[in-house]
Design a protein around this ligand. Structure first.
Ligand code: SF4
Ligand code: SF4
Length: 72
């Protein structure tokens, strides 16, 4: 079953430092092309570890429904 919450990255603030990659227990974050962090929604369990470690505070934990709404 998928988690209720999910991480989302504010791309304009992310500096691609990679701290969130190391913090994620699910290996749900990647930095494609060395650019901003990207969250794999299928793997993310919404634990918030990435959000707490991010030096620029650009990761938010939101409800999955909100994430879907944002993409539409
Ligand atoms: S920790 Fe924050 S600034 Fe660093 S790569 Fe992850 S989202 Fe970007
Ligand atoms: S909320 Fe947890 S599982 Fe999801 S990307 Fe962040 S550290 Fe990984």
């Amino acid at each position: 079953m998928k988690s209720k919450n999910i991480a989302t990255v504010n791309k304009s603030v992310c500096v691609s430092c990679g701290a969130c990659l190391d913090a994620c227990p699910m290996s749900a974050i990647s930095t494609p092309d060395g650019c901003y962090a990207k969250v794999n929604e299928d793997l993310c369990v919404g634990c918030g570890k990435c959000s707490r470690i991010c030096p620029t505070g650009c990761i938010s934990i939101i409800k999955r429904e909100e994430q879907q709404n944002e993409e539409n």
